[in-house]
Design a binder for this molecule. Sequence first.
Ligand code: HPA
Ligand code: ZN
Length: 332
Amino acid sequence: MNIRKLPKIELHLHLEGAAPPNFIRQLAFEKNIDLTQIFNANGDYCFSNFNEFLATYEAACQVLKEPEDFHRLTRSILEKSAENGVIYTEVFISPDFCGGGDLTAWKEYLAAIEEAANSAKEDLGIEMRGIVTCIRHNGPSIAKKASICAAETASNFVIGFGMGGDELVGTQGDFTYSFNMADEAGLGLTTHAGEWGGAESVRQALQDLRVTRLGHGIQIIDDTNLIREAIDKKITLEVCPGSNVSLGIFENLSMHPINSLLKSGLLVTVSTDDPPFFNTTMTSEYNNLRDVFDWDEDIFKLINQNAIHAAFCGEEQKLILLERINSAWTKT
Ligand code: HPA
Ligand code: ZN
């Protein structure tokens, strides 16, 4: 199977986290900003643990200043995704980096991002949707602004609300106000949980935020009762194996629980998270899963079907995606 060319659905990709180092360096050069400290000798992003990752990430974001920068970034990441066979992608976009939570500014950034997404759909055939994302370590009151931005711009393009950032700061329940507001606006809900905060963080996410999807969610593996609850509630896991290995949660892919999670009956999907940071692509994620766990066309078809069912877009779009996935992922 030619994995790179086969169609894929991605549900967990951070817009800024998908910025290639060359892209960030070019903007830094144009804006006369010194960012040399965030790159290593090979020119890659430099970090050795999660907190350093977040610091490098936020430093890189300093060069993303104007809506035009986000237009260029969106175009660049969609080209990369399309090269790897992605036909539908839900992308986390944070108002914290797009005007600091100011609604008027946010609308301008969003318009630039959506314009780039429309043009990529025209000439690359890739569909993008946005999940407005608050950043946990920035606290509940900044998150409230993000949820106002999300609720005010809910559309066919902005279809979800999520939370990223440092899972060890505060509790999921600190953000109920924002998630309730997004829910009332008809947005789909997801939060980073069970990446660093253990199964307890997953429990809180389900109880307090009533999400249908979990960013990562992998640490649910430590709680059999919670696994049963998540299966009953049809909760979907946005698993990003390359990210987890790169950040040192597991020593290598063979130690990662993704295969056990799938076998337990959970709805598992596969994404890249922040591809250039973790030196990954959807193609390499799939290749590695095939090599390490023997995943075949049937399993890849299933994880893409899971992704379509859990996607926050409308039913009409889902039917189109299902047809493409079902016809392409067949054993030859
Ligand atoms: N975890 C939490 N927050 C993030 C991540 C991640 O992997 N990537 C970008 N923001
Ligand atoms: Zn993430």
